[in-house]
Design a binder for this molecule. Structure first.
Ligand code: SF4
Ligand code: SF4
Length: 183
């Protein structure tokens, strides 16, 4: 890439909370897309999007898995929505030692939204495609600067995971993920 063409593509999924009905189709689609072989199984526990559901108060909040954190945060705030209190953790998009969200159920390895990277690329991520109420809105824009996930950053991320989970476990998971991308 030349200096003059240093642009990064920012991919984002916005959520329209007023439209979400808590059907969890996004969880099912995400887990199917990332199954190995692809679409061979569905298991929302393996999904990189999870829906916080309070159906009594009609509150549904889809959260996508973000960066893994090796330690619990110190945030202990609560939020009140329609009279019900939620811990800050409910809305956090990381896999963290304090809870089971965004972790592979069998290996405990973190699950992070990868925007359904595929070859050839999808027009829109799976969760966006299947949402029956258009509650998830995919957006792409270009910004000045280097692409966010450089090789160096990827290596630092893998190193940190290897320290926590063991190199072999991480390598096995990476191999499984690349098999799933090929299938
Ligand atoms: S963009 Fe893809 S990987 Fe991310 S939550 Fe949606 S379906 Fe899962
Ligand atoms: S598929 Fe759409 S409406 Fe259903 S839970 Fe997910 S975001 Fe909400």
């Amino acid at each position: 890439m030349t200096d003059g063409a240093k642009k990064k593509i920012i991919k984002e999924i916005k959520v329209d909370l007023d439209k979400c009905i808590g059907c969890r189709a996004c969880e099912v689609a995400c887990s199917a897309f990332h199954a190995s072989p692809k679409y061979s199984s569905t298991n929302p526990a393996r999904s990189r999007i999870r829906v916080v559901i309070d159906d009594l108060n009609d509150v549904y909040v889809p959260i996508r898995g973000g960066d893994y954190t090796p330690a619990e945060c110190t945030g202990r705030h609560t939020y009140s929505i329609n009279g019900k209190e939620y811990r800050e953790c409910s809305f956090c998009g990381v896999s963290c030692p304090a809870r089971d969200l965004f972790k592979e159920p069998d290996s405990g390895l973190p699950l992070k939204c990868d925007m359904c990277e595929d070859d050839p690329p999808l027009d829109e991520p799976m969760c966006v495609q299947v949402c029956p109420h258009d509650a998830l809105i995919y957006e792409e824009r270009q910004e000045e600067g280097e692409q966010v996930e450089t090789r160096e950053e990827l290596e630092i991320g893998l190193e940190s995971l290897a320290k926590k989970f063991g190199r072999q476990k991480v390598m096995d998971a990476v191999a499984r993920m690349s098999m799933s991308k090929k299938s």
